[in-house]
Design a protein around this ligand. Structure first.
Ligand SMILES: Nc1ncnc2c1ncn2[C@@H]1O[C@H](COP(=O)(O)OP(=O)(O)OP(=O)(O)O)[C@@H](O)[C@H]1O
Length: 582
């Protein structure tokens, strides 16, 4: 789904619906036919009245007009139904394509953009804003077009019949439009405010539910609920204020527009009394002018939808137009996976300062590189830059001498298994969760990876074994079990580079031993980059990199660092102290 920046929201929406243009145009045609048929009973009644007034009414003529009226009504129902069916089918296909385009876009934008955006906001856009396009596409396009076109045709007929009466029948419509314009003037701005209030409420509820464990553990329910309660109240109040302001105009236009007879009856009577309007024409004009307002009132109900297109489309295209990590498509040749960071600096965004400065680091294939340092020093950021989650702000990262920005993202991520502290599992079977490491792996390969990562024993204990659902976010498993499943997943991927963010939380000794065993199996013969929190696990590392305040304070082997780097020596002493106390 290609995005044209800068084009009008309606043009963008029409562009998103491109594959279904034929269906939408067909639905407009059918809707026009439906509304035109809906006018036939009015013409029939007018014809019957003319017959009655002429005094020459015959039963067959009367029945014929009754039949025409009935046929018109049936035509209205049939054409209208087919139009609705076609427009809804095309609409829901468009919405499906839009949602697919939005989620696949999220996979291509920098990880930071996704992480720094509240998940409630994505949910609102992908679910609610996309759904908000339904009335526009399925109803506004066919129904507003047809409801606006048919009155024009009636008006032409009225003009031919008596131009004075045609203009007079428009008086209430004209006054009504003034009120519509007054109420519509602020609609787009008001709707944007409503979207903002809704977004705040959404984010508050997602935050509240996401943090419910913390809220309960610290008995904070009242305090944190307050934020949600305030957001809900503000959202409700916003609509009350808006509708309060709008109500008078709405009452005015909904009562003025249909009151067409207020102008038609006295004027028509005067013309009839003056002899310039015949009684049959007068009656025809009365009936048709009554039929005129129905479609116009129906068309007016879509004015709100027109006003919200800008906000809805703006939010959706905000995601679709997000800058992507720019990478070529053509794979490049990489013989040796030597990784080099050259004078790398990095900033998360305009608001955050420089997180990394002047980082120079070489990582040879098959070696173990440990990143250590105080919390917040920048270890994870270095690892994530290597993994290609973000692009460096300055300097470069090369692989076999080639800048990572010149390597297709899929080619580079295929070389890396990233095992983070937050081992997210999907609410699918454990087998499927492991298979995400390599989607064409056989059951036997999945089970081998599970065995090698120490999962076999606990999986066998589960009622449905490998087919047991992991629960939302892996919630049905313990933290240690989740981590071993994540290691099995990474093992199945069998990537030559493993980036491991060691768990900070202490795990019970039995689990820790199982995890260490699983990790040794995972990283055997691989390039390992480990963000180490437990210094005992990295004493044999080929290169220990001490990161402090976004810079590399020192690097080398454990023995060298203990004698040359006071920061590392202090960390080691502190770590030994905590172990002794444990
Ligand atoms: N997504 C983000 N957006 C903005 N700033 C961030 C983001 N992630 C991390 N930071 C900031 O960047 C700095 C380095 O964070 P990083 O996670 O790399 O540190 P770390 O050394 O891995 O810490 P820890 O050992 O606690 O995990 C911190 O000041 C942190 O607040």
């Amino acid at each position: 789904m290609k995005e044209k920046t800068g084009s009008h929201p309606a043009a963008k929406l029409w562009g998103w619906a491109r594959p279904y243009h034929g269906s939408f145009l067909g639905s407009v045609l059918l809707a026009v036919l439906g509304v035109a048929c809906g006018m036939i009973p009015y013409f029939s009644v007018a014809a019957i009245l003319r017959l009655l007034l002429s005094g020459s009414v015959s039963m067959p003529a009367y029945l014929m007009w009754c039949g025409i009226a009935l046929a018109g009504y049936l035509g209205k129902v049939l054409f209208g139904s087919f139009s609705t069916l076609i427009s809804h089918t095309a609409t829901y296909h468009t919405l499906r394509d839009l949602r697919k385009a939005l989620t696949s876009k999220l996979a291509r934008v920098p990880m930071g953009t996704v992480l720094n955006t509240p998940s409630g906001q994505y949910k609102t856009t992908i679910v609610d804003r996309v759904e908000g396009m339904e009335p526009t596409l399925a109803h506004l396009i066919p129904e507003m077009t047809s409801n606006a076109l048919v009155p024009i045709a009636i008006l032409v007929y009225l003009l031919i019949l008596d131009w004075r009466m045609a203009l007079i029948s428009l008086i209430t419509l004209f006054i009504g439009f003034i009120f519509v314009a007054r109420s519509g003037k602020t609609y787009a701005k008001r709707w944007a405010g409503a979207v903002e209030a809704g977004r705040r409420m959404n984010n508050a509820i997602v935050e509240y539910i996401g943090g419910i464990q913390v809220v309960k553990a610290f008995s904070q329910s009242a305090g944190s609920y307050q934020k949600y309660a305030d957001a809900v109240r503000a959202n409700g109040q916003y609509y009350v204020d808006w509708m309060g302001d709008n109500l008078k105009y709405m009452c005015l236009w909904t009562s003025v527009i249909p009151a067409v007879l207020v102008a038609v009856l006295p004027a028509g009577f005067a013309f009839w009394a003056g002899g310039s309007l015949s009684a049959p024409d007068f009656l025809t004009i009365i009936v048709l002018s009554l039929g005129l307002t129905g479609p116009i009132m129906a068309a007016m109900t879509f004015v709100d939808d027109l006003a919200v297109i800008g906000t809805n489309v703006g939010e959706i295209s905000g995601i679709l137009e997000t800058a992507e990590l720019e990478r070529p498509q053509e794979p490049v040749r990489l013989d040796h996976l030597d990784i080099a960071l050259k004078n790398v600096s990095f900033t998360y965004g305009k608001d955050s300062g420089e997180v990394l400065r002047g980082i120079d680091l070489n990582i040879r294939p098959g070696t173990v590189t440990a990143l250590v340092g105080p919390s917040g020093s920048g270890k994870s950021t270095i690892a994530k830059l290597i993994a290609g989650f973000w692009d460096v702000t300055d300097g470069q990262i090369t692989v076999d001498g080639c800048d990572v920005r010149r390597i297709p993202l899929t080619q580079w991520t295929a070389q890396i298994a990233y095992v983070s502290q937050d081992n997210y599992l999907f609410d699918r079977s454990i087998r499927e969760n492991i298979r995400m490491g390599r989607k064409n792996a056989t059951d036997a390969e999945v089970e081998d990876a599970a065995k090698a990562s120490g999962c076999e024993e606990f999986i066998r204990r589960l009622e449905n074994g490998y087919d047991t659902a992991a629960g939302s976010g892996g919630g049905s498993l313990s933290g240690g079990e989740r981590q071993r499943v994540a290691i099995a997943r990474a093992m199945l991927k069998n990537a030559p580079i493993v980036i491991l963010d060691e768990a900070t939380a202490s795990i019970d000794p039995e689990n820790e031993a199982a995890i260490q065993k699983a990790l040794s199996a995972l990283t055997k013969g691989k390039t390992l980059i480990v963000i180490a929190h437990h210094l005992s696990t990295i004493t044999d590392a080929d290169n220990i990199v001490v990161v402090k305040n976004g810079k590399i304070a020192a690097q080398g082997k454990q023995d060298e660092l203990l004698s040359t780097c006071p920061v590392y020596a202090d960390m080691w002493a502190a770590y030994q102290g905590t172990r002794d106390q444990a």
